[in-house]
Design a binder for this molecule. Structure first.
Ligand SMILES: Cc1ncc(COP(=O)(O)O)c(C=O)c1O
Length: 402
């Protein structure tokens, strides 16, 4: 064999080895991406031996099992044989997001999509599924930011907002927006009849389930078309991640929303989504304890002469009791006036005088600072965290004393 033939053979062997190695790498990559796009053997599921044996697995177990997916931050993933895979550019999808969407979709019984915040989810839902001239009937007394966004911002693009009392039948509209345990006035809609009436009148229905989470209420099972979460709150649970979710009953709605999300770039980044996934591992225990403590504090506040009114569905709302077995972390109570409310805020020693809700640390604030005359001047919103309930009560008691 001549020297030159040897060299050629060596080169050919090297090229073949390189191609084979690349082939293996591509196959592995493809497998990883296909799994990431909805396969069953992703990190969360890997810890369980056989899916079929666990078909009726409790939601608590689903949340707690397995390893978190790796925090993959890459914005690009190479094509395979010149073909973009399901994960190729972060604006369309990323592995951590796909895993989170799979898990939340399983919990809700629908097709879930992530957004960078609850407000981002609201914006995307409205812009993707409504038209200029569409009407939205929105629960009065629910999250003021939703009303303001729909009315003041999206109103400029032709959306008409109709506030309504969600404890009664919804008015005629293209979209009906319900919010059980409405933040902060705590009204609770009769979901079944409200959804049926809305559908009969040709409306679609979205339920903002931020306060309760899918562990306490799954509105898609009640017939809702969409569920929205500010996952910033109890889903993520630690006041360190801003995320939103929309879950759709119908696949075609999810596809439309996913197309709008990719086009608009209203996309959740991997880091906060990863934090949300980690937070969700303890969602079940947080929801139980926060609900139990909130109920206990609501009961004590309700018999306290310094408090004028307590709003918590757990204090005997018969409609809420038909839908949920625990009532979540959020309650409101009214003191005499704005000055008394301010005094109480300033006197807190343990409870954080801050906005937001659903986190492991309790937060309290007078809502009139944001919502003006929409709420009573002495209304204080309390989100109950994981602190010992006796410590929380001691703080409220001393703060009420001024
Ligand atoms: C019930 C409810 N929905 C939606 C939102 C908006 O969510 P985010 O702050 O994540 O944009 C909030 C925020 O407070 C909320 O309380």
């Amino acid at each position: 064999m001549s020297f030159s033939t040897d060299t050629h053979q060596l080169a050919r062997t090297r090229i073949r080895a390189t191609l084979e190695a690349r082939d293996h790498r591509f196959r592995d990559l493809l497998r990883a991406r296909v799994l990431a796009a909805g396969g069953h053997r992703l990190p969360f599921s890997r810890a369980v031996p056989r899916r079929s044996k666990l078909a009726r697995m409790e939601r608590e177990t689903q949340l707690a099992r397995g390893q978190l997916p790796g925090l993959e931050r890459a914005t690009i993933h190479g094509y395979l044989d010149a073909t973009p895979g399901p994960v190729h550019y972060q604006r369309n999808a990323h592995p951590v997001g796909l895993e989170a969407e799979r898990l939340i979709g399983e919990l809700e019984g629908g097709h879930s999509l992530l957004f960078p915040s609850g407000a981002g989810a609201t914006t995307a839902l409205a812009l993707a599924l409504l038209q200029p001239g569409s009407t939205v009937a929105v629960a009065d007394g629910g999250y003021w930011g939703t009303v303001a966004l729909l009315r003041d911002e999206l109103g400029r693009w032709g959306l008409e907002t109709i506030p309504f009392d969600q404890t009664g039948p919804p008015p005629s509209a293209d979209l009906v927006w319900l919010e059980p345990c409405a933040n902060p006035l705590m009204s609770f809609p009769d979901l079944g009849p409200a959804i049926t009436q809305a559908h009969a009148a040709g409306a679609r229905v979205v339920v903002d389930n931020t306060v309760l989470s899918p562990l306490l209420l799954r509105p898609l099972e009640q017939g809702a078309d969409f569920v929205l979460h500010s996952a910033t709150k109890i889903l993520a649970g630690h006041h360190d991640a801003l995320v939103g979710v929309v879950s759709c009953a119908r696949e075609d709605d999810a596809a439309r929303l996913a197309a709008f999300r990719a086009a608009s770039g209203i996309v959740a980044a991997p880091d906060p989504v990863w934090l949300m996934l980690r937070g969700m591992k303890t969602l079940a225990v947080r929801v139980e304890r926060q609900s139990a403590s909130a109920l206990e504090l609501a009961r004590r506040l309700a018999t306290d002469a310094r408090v004028e009114r307590v709003r918590y569905p757990g204090l005997g709302d018969p409609v809420a009791a038909r839908y949920i077995r625990a009532f979540g972390p959020l309650l409101s109570f009214d003191v005499a006036d704005a000055e008394t409310a301010l005094q109480l805020e300033r006197s807190l020693a343990l409870i954080e005088n801050a906005t937001s809700l659903g986190g492991v640390a309790s937060t309290l604030e007078a809502r009139a600072r944001w919502e003006g005359a929409r709420v009573p001047p002495g209304l204080l919103r309390l989100s109950v965290g994981l602190e010992d309930v006796e410590d929380l009560w001691a703080d409220l008691d001393q703060a009420l004393a001024g």
